[in-house]
Ligand binder design. Sequence first.
Ligand code: C2E
Ligand code: CA
Ligand code: CA
Length: 541
Amino acid sequence: MPKRMTPEELLGRLDTALSQGHIFAYYQPQYNHSTGRMTGAEALMRWQDPEYGMQYPSDFIPVLEESDMLYRADIQMVRTTCAFQRYCLDNEIPTVPISFNMSRNDIYKHEYFEEVEKIRREYDVPVRYIRVELTETSAIGGVDLVSSVIKRFHDYGYVVEMDDFGSGYSSLNILKDLNVDIIKLDLNFLNGDIGGRGGIILRSIVQMTKWLRTPIIAEGVETVEQADFMKSIGSNYIQGYLYSRPVPEKEFLEKLVTTQHEPTAAAMKLVDTFDADKFWDPNSLETLIFSNYVGGAAIFSYKNGELEVIRVNKKYVSEIGMNLSEKDFIESCPWHYFEPEGKVIYQQAINRAIESGEEERCDTWRVLKSKCCGEDRVCIRTYMQVIGRAGDQYLFYAMVHNVTKEKKNYDEVFNSDQRFRHASEHANIYAWEYDIATREMRPCFRCMRDLGLPALIKNYPEPAFEMGIFPQDYADMYREWHRMLEEGVDKLEAVIPLTRDRIPFVVRYTTEYDENGNPVKAYGSATYLDQIEEEGTSAGE
Ligand code: C2E
Ligand code: CA
Ligand code: CA
């Protein structure tokens, strides 16, 4: 039965452990979940004491670290790994790159890189067979030292991995500062929450790292669901109990012989003209331009008919005319809004753009649905161009214009049948939802499009007067309405001249109540008076 050693015992036995081979490596293989092939492995330190039995890193590493002894054990691991790779090469055992762990003190107090490189040469192991893992915490106290160590490794052709990514708070910034080649994401940090918020975080990390062209290895993957989820968000590399626990050398050798291998592929390559790093930097000019100075724009990825929206700017959502945040839009299914015919047209344009590498254009009709004003059809003109590619996955930049008005006019001239349909569809009805408790108003997409309203208006109705939608001379009456809604009135109706042009509209409210009969929401609508068949009731002139 293994027993934990006290810190004194650990430190007292370290010399013997190192010289007698009580400290050695277990290897945990990594796999591509899509192909089942092995792509690499990690060497994990184990300490088998003759008296106390197996000791685990979580117990002894902090002790060694504190007394600055970890360096010696770490270097021993590098030696073990190189010796193992030498053994494979000599015996023609097909092997994979193996990573070892670097700790903070290794670089703060020691000549870590020089020592690693010396050992590699001693065993004459090609640099592609070993990799170094470092953690975000190695950058505590400044990134300069770590950056310079990474650079030294890079200069000699080593692959550098960022371990335990996502465990710290500064993760995203760290990626910008530290030039790593592979990211290791530990699912344990999410405590199993991949369905909810955790999944959203994962998805955005994966999307972001795609931009940085950095492959991801998911660690701590224990279930098929977790592996499938990672795959579904475009990350295939897996290290975890699902495929294999860390195993002793002998067992690992067997796995190497019996499993097929493949290299860890580079993430998506972007076309030269597009600087991905800058694109993800929230302070870069590129981001500023994307967010503020271009019209509606989106970045999406496309693979075998599957389309995933990666990033949209505010204007994209409002141009299309939806009452959604950019985040909600990204999380909704992009094909959902297309009419079947429009989907075909869009896909054809995608194929043309892939073939030509040039900007391609298409017009597609989409159906927008909302609770407060039902359905609306909009026609969106898209200009799209491929900006990146990885295998059969393509990355697109798309700009959109809402051309519904032009299209409808065109149709009206050329098709009298359609004219009727569009005329009725184009009925000048504006709708909104008013939350009685919070006084928040959510306009329909037509209000947003025609009147330029934001998706959410607080402290309603006051802003309506300031914006000039409701005339000042009707302000008191309209305020009074909202007081009545709070008190529970069920219906309100009047003719009110709206907008600065004082166009007469019939304005109505209908109230919705909860099970106790308390008013919850009021649904407002404004119908252009000409649309209503009664005549002459024009008011407020
Ligand atoms: P790490 O580098 O993040 O290593 C991964 C740890 O997760 C390993 O624990 C591994 O056994 C465990 N693990 C792998 N798959 C799963 C899984 O599906 N579920 C769960 N719950 N855990 C999984 P281990 O070997 O106990 O190592 C713990 C930590 O100790 C390592 O975390 C690393 O930070 C440190 N460590 C291990 N070996 C070395 C070394 O040679 N040098 C240094 N400096 N640190 C080391
Ligand atoms: Ca590690
Ligand atoms: Ca890790």
